[in-house]
Design a protein around this ligand. Sequence first.
Ligand SMILES: [Cu+2]
Length: 284
Amino acid sequence: MFQQQRARWRQIVAVMVLGLLAVACVAPAAAPVATQAPMPAVVVEASDTALTVPADVPAGLVAVTVNNSGQAPHAPFFARLNDGVTEEKFMEALAADESGMAAIALVALLGGAQVEPGARQQMTFDFKPGNYIALDFGEGPPQIASFTTTAGDGPVPAEPAATVNADLIDFQFVLPDQIKAGAQTWKIENKGSQWHEMGIFKLNEGATVEDVMAMMMSEEEPAGPPPFEEMAFWAPMSEGERAWLTVDLPAGTYTVMCFLPDFASDPPTSHLEHGMVRTLTVTE
Ligand SMILES: [Cu+2]
């Protein structure tokens, strides 16, 4: 009886072990292939006289390529209109108040990057569903394009693989101290409670961050060329927004700065004065 039972148990255990082995061997091959949704992509055309964005854009992660066919640099930035705000209302506010602050209060800013003449720049945005505008302040009147983002019910694309995380907080850049030269994808996220921007400047040989700060803070016309070169710029971004940008920096010493005013202080001081500046070393 006992022997029969033990034999039965051995059989069960053997079947289970075989079963586990079978699962272990077969599982990887049999696992369903992950259906990774492709990243939706749109092209924004910026020229010296027009700005064109497709009228309907998917919500969520979208690869946006800005194509500059003009003779001048263009830096269109993207903004989501607050509930009940129309493009006309936004433009009226912009015209009524030269500082732009009345208009800015009507939107959430998502940022944007500068694109040189004849160049294309890809960036990825995470569009919440809503009504948007893209704005390009060039030489002439501001170019504006509006578009709507709508959530689909398909699978969600994976986030771009970032090699640099740039968190914008009040009032600091949370960044690695050192990154490698060459193309790196930066994930830019505003985790603060105010708007922030990000200027990335390469210091000239012998120049220090103090030299740049002194020049930026000075009310006087700078004497001679600046001690730095602007290598990349991410336009003002509201709290809670995120985006990805590929930045190709040669080796050197950089300073990263935010110049936006802090309207919570009276009179408004700049984020730079609050200490929103840091050194970044780019190595070979
Ligand atoms: Cu800031």
